[in-house]
Design a protein around this ligand. Structure first.
Ligand SMILES: Nc1ncnc2c1ncn2[C@@H]1O[C@H](COP(=O)(O)OP(=O)(O)OP(=O)(O)O)[C@@H](O)[C@H]1O
Ligand SMILES: [Mg+2]
Length: 323
């Protein structure tokens, strides 16, 4: 599989202040390799460097050092070519405030050199795709935040990008609007098969959308993996509570696939597993086969939130295969 985004040794320090020079090392040697058609998430606390990294990868900002390749092109020199083939959505949608939804889309179409019928058709398709028909004649200024964000996504497809950069695409939106925006992101990905790189604070968003996630902390990537792998890494796992009668074969349980740990007290067995939904069936079967009578099973799932907290406070470079 070809790489859509490749970054090597990216450093960026911001310098500000006039007589008292302030320096902030925002990125301290970031390496990243993202394959074509991936949805890749960058997760990290405030100030970790997510927006800075995204801005460098989409050619809006130059790094102090390092290499960037986007779709095989040099991110530091071929920015004009790259910008024709990528697009970006930032959390704070910002458009020409007095223009309507439709006029704004035409305006961006014009910037990308679309003319006449071609632009008309493109704008029309995007209005349909993002259900913006009823808002098409409303000025940007009068739209709700959710609709502004939908317009922003619509705009981002005006040039049929091969790579889409999304900086906190659902920040500040109601949960139901966020869900809808995520569905739209997934649907864009399904229909167009493009590469998507997104930053987020929202664990559910990362978990639902992203195949792989990088955790960025203080300008460095601490770890990269699928959400399952990240959960395994911090050994949190999901909690399967089994109320039972009989005697559990402890060594068998410990050897079962996905089991990280367990405790047994009286008639309650709490099993920590990597993926509760996936393992529940086989674990119940295993216990039943060894003659244990199952009374009740409940599943408490870990979400990435716990992983986030672990990584934000925790050790650097945990070993992904530590299991
Ligand atoms: N233009 C700038 N001038 C000076 N410092 C900056 C500039 N942009 C970012 N920084 C600093 O660089 C660091 C990384 O900022 P960045 O916006 O990339 O973080 P982030 O992970 O996107 O944070 P958030 O989650 O709050 O969006 C922060 O300490 C920030 O204050
Ligand atoms: Mg940011």
């Amino acid at each position: 599989m070809a790489l859509a985004i490749e970054a090597e040794g990216i450093f960026k320090t911001f310098r500000s202040g006039w007589w008292k020079k302030r320096e902030k090392e925002a990125l301290k040697g970031v390496d990243l390799r993202i394959e074509e058609r991936e949805i890749f998430g960058i997760l990290g606390p405030n100030g970790a460097g997510k927006t800075t990294l995204l801005s460098i990868l989409c050619t809006l900002l130059l790094p102090d050092r390092g290499k960037v390749q986007i779709l095989g092109m040099d991110g530091l020199h071929d920015e004009h070519e790259i910008r024709k083939r990528v697009n970006i959505v930032s959390g704070n949608a910002n458009f020409l405030w007095s223009l309507t939804v439709k006029e704004n889309l035409h305006y961006y179409g014009m910037l990308y050199g679309l003319t006449g019928r071609e632009r008309e058709t493109k704008v029309d398709t995007l209005i349909n795709l993002f259900n913006l028909r009823e808002y098409q004649n409303i000025p940007f200024d009068e739209l709700s935040t959710g609709i502004k964000q939908r317009l922003s996504l619509a705009k981002s497809l005006i040039n049929d990008p091969e790579v889409l950069f999304l900086d906190e695409p659902t920040v500040g939106l109601d949960p139901d609007v966020s869900i809808r925006i995520r569905e739209e992101i997934l649907s864009i990905h399904r229909q167009k098969g493009i590469t998507i790189l997104l930053t987020t604070h929202n664990m559910k968003e990362a978990e639902n959308l992203c195949g792989r996630i990088a955790f960025l902390k203080e300008g460095r990537i601490v770890t990269i993996g699928t959400s399952e792998a990240l959960k395994r890494m911090v050994r949190i796992g999901d909690r399967l509570k089994v109320e039972f009668k009989g005697r559990i074969q402890e060594d068998e349980l410990l050897r079962a696939d996905g089991v990280i740990n367990f405790t047994i007290s009286n008639s309650l067995c709490e099993i920590v597993v990597d993926d509760g939904e996936r393992r529940m069936g086989s674990l119940i079967a295993l216990l039943s086969q060894s003659g244990v009578e199952i009374k009740k099973v409940t599943l408490g799932q870990t979400d990435l939130e716990d992983v986030f907290i672990e990584f934000a406070k925790g050790e650097e470079n945990p070993d992904p295969d530590r299991r």
